[in-house]
Design a protein around this ligand. Sequence first.
Ligand code: SDX
Length: 428
Amino acid sequence: MPETLTVTDNRTGKSYELPIVDGTVKAMDLRQIRTSADDFGLMAYDPAFTNTASCRSAITFIDGDAGILEYRGYPIEQLAEKSTYLETAFLITYGHLPTAAELQTWTDHITMHTFVHENIRKFMDGFRYDAHPMGVFVSTVAALSTFYPDAADVDNPESRELQTWRLIAKVPTIAAFTYRQSRGLPFIYPDNSLSFAANFASMLWRMSEPNYHSNPVIERALNILFILHADHEQNCSANAMRAVGSSRPDPFVSTAAAAAALYGPLHGGANEAVLRMLVEIGDKKNVPDFVKKVKAGEGRLMGFGHRVYKNYDPRAKIIKRTADEVFELTGRNPLIDIALELERYALEDEYFIARKLYPNVDFYSGIIYQALGFPVEMFPVLFAIPRTAGWVAQWREMITDNEQKIARPRQVYTGARGVDYVPIGARG
Ligand code: SDX
């Protein structure tokens, strides 16, 4: 059977053969379907891109029905159990697991770029004491663009390598500085003798001790959480990275745009919204009433549902297990009992079953972050740190994809036409 779609335009009786490639038909193949020579031709209409493939990508595979997530073909469960964030960031960036030598070189490059220009400190001092950390993060990542004008040379492979190292290395520093500033604490500079996760913990929590000794349980939990959040194919923020990057500015401002998209409560801001929701519920006994309000359309069950997963988000399962390990150290976060009851109750309710709404990555992550001592406002920033590796990998793939060019969607125009100008005195 030919890999084609035969469509008949009933307006003209004409039939067309549209090639089917990789389970898609090219939207541009619709343009030949016209009613007359001066007809523009058909377009595909797909608000929010619910059924539109915007690119070819080899980075992340998701099977939403089966609840499968793989980075470069490696199951997320194996990476979370056996890898580290930096090793996974290498995998996402280059497409293969590093040899020992490659990992050492990669680690050295990242380690050598953890510092930020001193003026960044002054820049961050300009924010109010209660500025939301995500607003600080987005602005400061964009400000990095002004310190590295060489990053504008996006067609230069060496420059792309250098900016890759800079972005992955500097976002934890910016995040930690943001946290310290919100606490009125002096900034702690990177300690290049520590691992990626231990250095992040040191920049967050070191006080007067000369050297920070990170707890291996916390280091492991941060690595797992960072691995789970590193990429997720063409989500809202990856789409922002690709769309902004397609006009070819430097990758710092594109990353800032992606982080801005992540900030939204429907995306990476959901982990913060989940915590606020659990605090609002307050007790397991209030779960039925809360779910009743959600079903009545009074708000959403944050941390539930997903555009792609119509099954349990595999990351949520792993995070749930990691929570128990963290609680052994920090003590059990009582909010987890409300979350577990909310999950149990919702997964038995026809409203959620019919809509295939399951816990997503954000449902349990905030509970761990809170147990580790992070304020709720920091949660989206903790998502943005590892997702920077995914955004940069998506950007690198887009920049070198010959099928790609500046992203510029079409529209269905619904406004007025041919209206004559009326002088202000005659406008009634
Ligand atoms: C992330 O895309 C990614 O990959 C993102 C992410 C990543 O790693 O990058 O996985 C990270 O962003 C996870 C999602 C975090 N967001 C939340 O937890 C916020 C709550 N969830 C939703 O708002 C919603 O589920 C979305 C945004 C995640 C998905 O929305 P869709 O696919 O556009 O689905 P929809 O809004 O069209 O909902 C379909 C139906 C609607 O009901 P009806 O109008 O058909 O009656 O399901 C309902 C919605 O009202 N619904 C919910 C719900 N999510 C969807 N109802 C109650 N609670 C919810 N959470």
